[in-house]
Design a protein. Sequence first.
Lengths: 807, 332
Amino acid sequence: MKVPVSWLSEYVDIDISLDDLADRLTMAGNEVVAIERTGWIDDVVVGYVRAVRPHPDADRLTLVTVDHGDGEAEVVCGAPNVAQGQKVAYASIGAVLFDAYSDEPGKTRKLKRSKIRGVVSEGMVCSVRELGIGDEHDGILVLDEGARVGTPIGEVIGESVLDIELTPNRPDCLGIVGVARDVAAITGNQLREPDVSYESTGPDVHELASVEIADPDLCPRYTASVIEGLKIGPSPKWLQERLASVGERPINSIVDITNFVMFELGQPLHAFDYDRVVDHKVVVRRAADGEKLVTLDEKERKLDRDMLLIADPERGIGLAGVMGGANTEISDTTTTVFLESATFHGVNNRRTARALELSSQATLRFEKGLRSGLSEVGLRRATKLILEIVGGKAASGIIDVHPGDGKERQSVEFRRDHIKKILGVEFDSTLVETTLKNLGFNFRRRDYGWQVRIPYWRPDISIPEDLVEELARIIGYDNIPATTLSGRTPKWQSQPALELRRRVTDALVEAGMRETISYSATTTTGEARINLPVDTPRAIKLRNPVSADFAVMRRTLRETILETVARNSRTWRGPIAVFEAGSVFLDYGEGLPEERQMVAGAFAGPRNDLHWDASNDSSDFYDAKGALEAVLGDLGIQAVFEPDEDASFTPGRTAVVKVPAADHLAIGVVGDVARDVFAQFDAEVESVAMFELDLAAVLKVVQDSGKSGKFEEFVRLPASQRDLSLIVDTGTTAGQIVEIASRNRIVTSATVFDVFQGEGVPEGKKAVAVRLVYQSPNKTLTADQVAKIEQQTLKQLLNELGAELRV
Amino acid sequence: MPTTQSSESVEELKIDATSALRSADSRDQLEAWRVEYLGRKGRLTSVLRGLGSLDIEQRKVVGASANRLRAELESLFDERLQQAKSARVPAGSIDVTLPGRKPALGGLHPSTQMIREITQAFNEMGFQTIEGPEIELERYNFDMLNIPADHPARDQFDTIWVDQDSRDDILLRTHTSPMQARVMEKTDPPVRVVVPGKCYRYEATDATHEWQFNQVEGLAVDEGITFADLKGTLYEFARRIFGPSRKVRFRCDYFPFVEPGVDMSIDWNGRWIEIMGAGMVHPKVLENAGYDSDKYTGFAFGMGPERISMLRNDITDIRHFFANDLRFLTQF
């Protein structure tokens, strides 16, 4: 909302600086986002035209002697309207003026001393356009005779406009008077309400027109007046300027007055050509389905029965509170006006405007749900202004149909203790009453506090809390103390899913991975790249996605993590080790979808940063698996990695992660991403290893086992370690060897520490070195005992895997 | 006799000089030795200067021996100097300027870091962290928060709706506030929670607007909770996140689910920057969730961790957050 300060000052004195005013309005809830100033130009002052004589060498130019308070100057002037005795805007050399000849808005140029047709011009007499306050450039701006010579021009023509970002609860501030009320309340200055009284000399209005409200649910009040004997033309300059200052185009005197009152009081009005309303009878009713109306913008609108129509007995003549009909539009020939000021249902008005894509200044106000009291005030104000500005005779009385009476809340019981209850501080009664009065609220003292009458301009006031806010914002939030929250603290409730995600995230970060966060939406074709499992539920479509790239909610994190790898592969030369922990959205058809917490991670590029003593190898499967092992180790989950197939991964280089203690529940997968999958991501790395962990499954495992974090006393007896170097078939897995080697409970660990194929190892075989640690919980083992267990182990390895000792 | 004296003194000089040289270890000591014996005013030079007083034969003999001694001492000196220099690199020395073996360091996303910092500040004030669904029902996202259908306040929340055949009341939550309603519906007072999570708005993306963003919501409800408590709690929060000397401002603002409403801003290089919206929970919101609004009061607040991170870390484009560029992420 643009609030010109000169207009605002009509209703309230502003005796603080504009910056202070802006600050205090902002603190009180009407945020002033900018103060726009126009007409304040340095080196331009009020000048007096002492003499005008012709230019010796140019017919259209004159030489003007200007008294500028600090002496006289002779300027060359091309304006036809310059005349001796005028007060003008005189710019001295060096003034920065708007360039009247530039197409570029706001372009300025500095005034230089120049010779025009042989005569030196000591400055310039300015036009409206050169001063940046209008478009006019046919002549110079002639100021009021009263302007004092030498006064800086800003003090005469300068305007400041407060740009206020209004909140939707304050439609009253969509009228300048509403803002003035806040200014009055903040400063304690008196509000000057616009005069709404007028003399009506015409016949009783009820003899001239009638109104019937057929659908009172959508129109709680309809007031109207009739003004006869009008001659309609353009409105006066001051009125046009007022409208221009809030961005409205002048149309004609009647329409301009209705618009002026809307910007003044916040009540939208509409004027009909009385003689074109059939039977001078207005009916407020729902439109019929398919009923048509040509609106003021000459467009034919197709209506439905949810839209409220202003009609005469034969046809629609306006779309209530949205736009008038072309058939009853005010024109030059109009002599009698039927003036409407009504209250329409906010939600209905908003729906109609949206359905027809007709957002208007009227709807901006009506949709907030105006109080019916405002309509009468607006009607009387506009009628008065028509009589004053256009002339004519007002019918006596007003038409006032108010089926909504009794449905609006009229007052609020404001208990004294409510202030303390909400704010935590008490205000004394004088302060409360002064503040309410300054806001224009009427009240009666009661034993409990005050019964406050809801003012007609404040639809947002309905409960005591609203009044508490009024007090707090005017007295100032700064004047309310700050206290420490005391009282009961709620019982702590475990949040296992959240805690698990945090723990897994931390473990991955400690494992050297970088957390990423992607958009939660994607496309089905994008997701199809990773070969989603066939049993994946269908994607959740968005009705209005921000772009086609985000048409559905994601069902996997694999796509986005690969996308992250691909994007970084083009710009990042070091190791790429990234993961994301977040929700995927699975629609099983009933109500809200499942938001399953998943983690996906990927490794690509070199394993290490470039380093003098580190390998330049690319990261691979075992990096991804290692990160998973770190997480599982941290969680105390004993998991096994079994070869598996998964369409995102390369066959033979994929493992499913299962937890034997939890019925072999699968909790994740790890593998090298299949080449044909990865090829679709346009990445500049050779390969990507990826893992995925289903946190919902992990949570189940952790909760069921219930033993993580338990300390086991360690054995203090000495342990022996022996290494076995085995020759096995290449198809034999480390897992198989370790499983057999660990069978004896005396063997506390079996670790594969070397795998070798090649020279000295027969074709089809590989050498595997395993370190076994032998430790008994209750005695020191002898070399013989260890050797005996080793022999048993070797025998089992031979029998089951054909493993032989390497010699 | 001066002759014998001179010739003896070359011998003496040799003994003195060689023994002194042996005991000189450092370069400073060696330099002092050099000045004493070989310098321009040194002892050997003075012997040579004294040659003039001898007869020609003696001069030859002493001169030759003194010059031999000079050559000898110079060579010994060079040797000792080399030894002293090499003594500075003990055997087994390594190049300590070579980079160490630095373990690969991972890192949390800046949004996660900020969310953790924010939630921790409130955790320590007794607020528990909880989470809620990102796909929400209109009822929780709007209706129960006193934002009925077609309310003009809905303009403040440009909503992305889920396209479903069977129902049209499912949406991507536009704020974390629906958890206010969910928490109160499920638990009795006292309530003190913080709710971090992703939110979504139908919004054109630019340097300061993202359609996906995180929010941290907070809610405290019980008997006797006041606006003064709201101020105290949020002051304490601001002190922790922005430092004890940061200026904080509370001004009136409007959100349909609070009354009175608050905007908390901080002074950032002389400009007030809005950090969060807050307010006393609207009695209708309490009642919608089944709380007795005569008995209970509370406050709620909500803020954007990305916006706070942008301020504190001088990030000028919000689109960095979900672009996952390691050149961005590794700076945090």
